[in-house]
Each structure stands twice: as structure tokens, then as C-alpha cells.
Design a protein around this ligand. Structure first.
Ligand SMILES: [Zn+2]
Length: 199
């Protein structure tokens, strides 16, 4: 039995100078007439948080490790493109993606106004269902002061193949052989998973 694994991602980018002409890309979409966010790539916080979430769930590190500033290949890359590549790397490591849930935190733009469009673009990018929601912080904090936009994401992945597969989940599988819960009186304790997760 391959136990599903969750991962969390978070990202925030500051608004660019309105005079800079920087485009706003958020949740996989271009938002005309809205000042963009500063960043190494297109600064799509929703897509970046989603990348972090699936990387975390698969134990593959984070978006900075995969697409950071030392990786010029990805400079200016669209968020949806990064998410597509992140999903490819997660699958290459032996996982399938169950779903990704993203919440965008900020005053503008309102992702809810283009939710279906956004979910379609991001779902097609990663090949798994993506949900996009929006919220504000009631005027508090950096997003409440219109300094930037943030996003948080949760992803669920599951290792494909049987427990004996030699994919990159082997660090967990070998050190802590999974038990048959149905035959066990107790579930694995925190000690069972104390090592082998994360990097
Ligand atoms: Zn980012």
C-alpha cells in the first residue's frame, strides 16, 4: 500500500513599480491593466506555491532548488510552464499527483472572477485537478497594505507502483517498511516517519 503524501507550498511577491510596465501574471493567467509582481520568473505566486507543494509532497525539495536564480533556464518562465515541469519531475520520481488546492491571498486581482479559466490552465499544466480560491487579510499585513500578493497551496501525491519499486521513494520504503494497517493494531508512530521525509 502506498500511503498518499501531502505537501505545502507558500509564495509571496511584491508589486513592481507601476511605472515599470511589468505585466501581472497570476494563477496561470495574464491580468491586463494590473501592475505586475517583481520576481525572477513571472512571479506567479499561485503557480509557484503549487510547485512547492508537489515538490514537498514528493520529498523533492522546493521551487528554489529546481528553478532558482542559479537556473537561468527558468528566468522569466511562465508559472504554468514551471508547474508543468515540476509535475514532470514529480512523476519522473515515481509519483502521481492527486490534486492541488491553491488559495491566493491579496486585494487584487480577484482570482475568483476568473476561477474556471485559471483552474483549467493550471490543471492542464500539471495534469491533475487544481482548485483556485481567493481571500484577503482584511486590510492587515503585506497583502492588506497592497504591498504584494501571496499564495498557499496544498498538494497530494501518491507513489505509483508497489512498495518494492526502486523509485526515489525507496529512502522511505527501505528504512521504514510500510505495514499493513489492516493487520496492525496501531498505525505508524511519528518515530516511524522521523527520517526519510524532506531534504
Ligand atoms: Zn515565486
Amino acid at each position: 500500500m502506498n500511503i498518499p503524501r501531502v505537501g505545502t507550498g507558500f509564495d509571496v511577491h511584491a508589486f513592481a513599480d507601476p511605472q515599470s510596465g511589468r505585466e501581472m501574471w497570476l494563477a496561470g493567467l495574464f491580468w491586463p491593466g494590473v501592475t505586475g509582481l517583481e520576481g525572477h520568473s513571472d512571479a506567479d505566486v499561485a503557480a509557484h506555491a503549487a510547485c512547492d507543494a508537489i515538490f514537498a509532497a514528493a520529498g523533492l525539495g522546493d521551487v528554489g532548488k529546481h528553478f532558482g536564480t542559479c537556473e537561468p533556464t527558468w528566468a522569466g518562465a511562465p508559472g504554468a510552464t514551471l508547474l508543468e515541469e515540476a509535475a514532470r519531475r514529480v512523476r519522473a520520481a515515481g509519483f502521481e499527483i492527486g490534486n492541488i488546492s491553491i488559495q491566493v491571498v491579496g486585494n487584487a486581482p480577484k482570482v475568483g472572477s476568473r476561477r474556471a479559466e485559471s483552474e483549467r490552465v493550471l490543471s492542464e499544466a500539471c495534469g491533475a485537478p487544481v482548485n483556485v480560491a481567493g481571500t484577503t487579510t482584511d486590510g492587515l499585513g503585506l497583502t492588506g497594505r497592497n504591498e504584494g500578493v501571496a499564495a498557499i497551496a496544498t498538494a497530494l501525491v501518491v507513489a505509483v507502483g508497489d512498495d518494492e519499486s526502486d523509485d526515489q521513494t525507496v529512502t522511505v520504503t527501505e528504512e521504514f517498511p510500510r505495514r499493513d494497517h489492516a493487520a496492525d493494531d496501531d498505525f505508524p508512530t511519528a518515530d516511524d516517519f522521523g527520517r526519510g521525509f524532506g531534504q
